[in-house]
Design a protein around this ligand. Sequence first.
Ligand code: PLP
Length: 405
Amino acid sequence: MSDISLLRAEFPILKQTENGQPLVYLDSAATTQKPQSVIDAITQYYTQENANVHRGVYGLSERATEKYEGAREKVRALLNAKSTQEIIFVRGATEAINLVAATWARDQLQAGDEVLITEMEHHSNIVPWQLLRDQLGIRLNVLRINALGEVCLNAMASMLTPKTKLVSITHMSNALGTINPVKEMIALAHGVGAKVMVDGAQAVAHMKVDVQDLNCDFYAFSGHKTYGPTGIGVLYGKQSLLEAMSPYQAGGDMIYSVTFEKTQYNVLPYKFEAGTPNIAGAIGLGVAVDFLNRVGQDAIGAYEHELMVYATEQLQTIDGLRIIGQAKNKGGVVSFVVEGVHPHDVATLMDQDGIAVRASHHCAMPVMQHFKVPSTIRASLGIYNNFEDIDRLVASVQEAIQMLR
Ligand SMILES: Cc1ncc(COP(=O)(O)O)c(C=O)c1O
């Protein structure tokens, strides 16, 4: 593992103070901070390389295109996809899931067909399927979680039927930290002929993801949760599926030829990238991928796991504190509630100590309903966090409770 203090120094925002205190950033599940290399790449693009892609025959445009397509190749290698044709640049995980719902699912599903999700999904992997349910008359089935915040593979197997056409599951829960056994879940789903979409928004920055090994049909993630910029993300799809899908949005770049009578669509991946893309975002994401490769996703995950275990142990010493989500296989997320105090009040007081944690439903209201809490305080980890951050977190929670009780 690289020296954490050296890695931490690569993130300029962490040098600043909040409310007079050194910033302790514990909201990486919402968005990660950005290393200087990513910030520099975006600045360099706008200062020296800015031109539209795929269109100009002049050098500047060719260089911008090279960088943009270079970023696609980096993402392909990161996910171990077979081809760059399987890597679609989108706005983020939300758009990736909506793309699959609006194209593949809309084309393939009919009234009575079933989509299976889990109870721990982010709203972005619930609401698109509810829209389709209302529009097409499909059924949306929910695989429940247990008291630890885990799914049960036997329960999943019993819910799969020949009518199950799609299983759409999160790789790691943003609200609980649970890492799902997605490879086994994909195999089960394929057993009844269902396709599988994996929401990897919380996974890619914390573990190695190999889409061929997983054998998922679609995989989504967001650049901004993987040390890259906002407004850029990735949809991976198996080439045969993407080839057969209708376009998502229509406009420039996604066409091969247009007459008023007929339009021929462009080849993959451009068929799904209508209009001028987020060029700077893709280039920045490419450099974030370099960062992930340099540090190593598995090494990041292992280090964050150590921090998560330490944070859990320390927090559990606090009277009346309950950890929400205690899965055996868990990433760097610690969600908790404290008896007699409101999460928002605790987090507001913690902000005074320079500690950024989230108090909310984390866009996973059904998880809150399952655990019968309105919201939780969530500390979520990134590679720049250290044990001192955890000590300050714990001390700040203790102080806040003393003030509020
Ligand atoms: C598990 C999960 N899925 C999807 C999303 C949506 O990501 P984005 O808002 O970047 O599209 C998030 C964001 O928090 C998430 O945690």
